[in-house]
Design a protein around this ligand. Structure first.
Ligand SMILES: C[S@@+](CC[C@H](N)C(=O)[O-])C[C@H]1O[C@@H](n2cnc3c(N)ncnc32)[C@H](O)[C@@H]1O
Length: 198
């Protein structure tokens, strides 16, 4: 697969060494991130024992996915990422979840990315991933495309660096067809926001 683009040249997600180093550095923040993951789990509008299907976009090695699989013991998850190396690491780290988790490689900056993803979802979630594409029009198009992957009643929850003003992104979600669009939390440059498909 073609290398996923990083317009600011900050990351090389296609490099095994870069991905392993990034993941090792990121491990130090896992405890700090748990309250953020908890906010996402609490915002998912299903009971904890529901057999929901989750799509984690730009899932990385699956930090959020693992948290959600613990909190929703009957859930299954599909981790989407554009990096083969990240998916390899995720498969290793999530070996104990075999049967409940799978990976799909897709570059969400390219229109039509969702064709690689089969099925529909009760919850589409994402943490610190979508901002990587940087271009506002592409982020807007990602929201439009992912709306089609949700089941009626499903939700999208995005915890991300908010380089594009939140009010603008909430407007994109409404224009994509989402209802109950709202911001759940914002601190410094990070925010958790999303909406529902009714
Ligand atoms: C900062 S990491 C976050 C990983 C994970 N969501 C987490 O919170 O630990 C960003 C992830 O987004 C993925 N990514 C970046 N650009 C992408 C793109 N255009 N399409 C799909 N995945 C992308 C990277 O490969 C990487 O795994």
């Amino acid at each position: 697969m073609a290398k996923i683009s990083d317009p600011h040249g900050l990351h090389d997600w296609s490099s095994k060494e870069y991905v392993r180093d990034w993941a090792t550095r990121q491990d130090r923040y896992e405890d700090k991130r748990r309250p953020q993951f908890q906010m996402i789990a609490d915002a998912i509008p299903f009971t904890r024992n529901a057999a929901i299907q989750i799509l984690d976009m730009g899932a990385g090695y699956g930090a959020l996915t693992q948290f959600l699989l613990e909190q929703f013991p009957n859930a299954t998850a599909l981790c989407q990422d554009g990096s083969e190396e990240m998916a390899k690491l995720g498969r290793q780290r999530m070996a104990k979840w075999k049967g409940r988790v799978d990976y799909v490689i897709a570059d969400f900056s390219k229109p039509g990315w969702s064709r690689a993803i089969h099925g529909s979802f009760d919850a589409i979630v994402s943490t610190i991933a979508i901002h990587n594409v940087r271009v506002p029009g592409i982020i807007e198009a990602i929201y439009r495309e992912l709306f089609q992957l949700l089941k009626p009643g499903g939700c999208f929850l995005n915890l991300d660096l908010v380089f594009v003003p939140l009010a603008k992104q909430l407007g994109w979600l409404r224009a994509a067809g989402f209802s109950e669009v709202k911001s759940y939390w914002q601190e410094a440059r990070e925010g958790l926001f999303g909406g529902r498909k009714i």
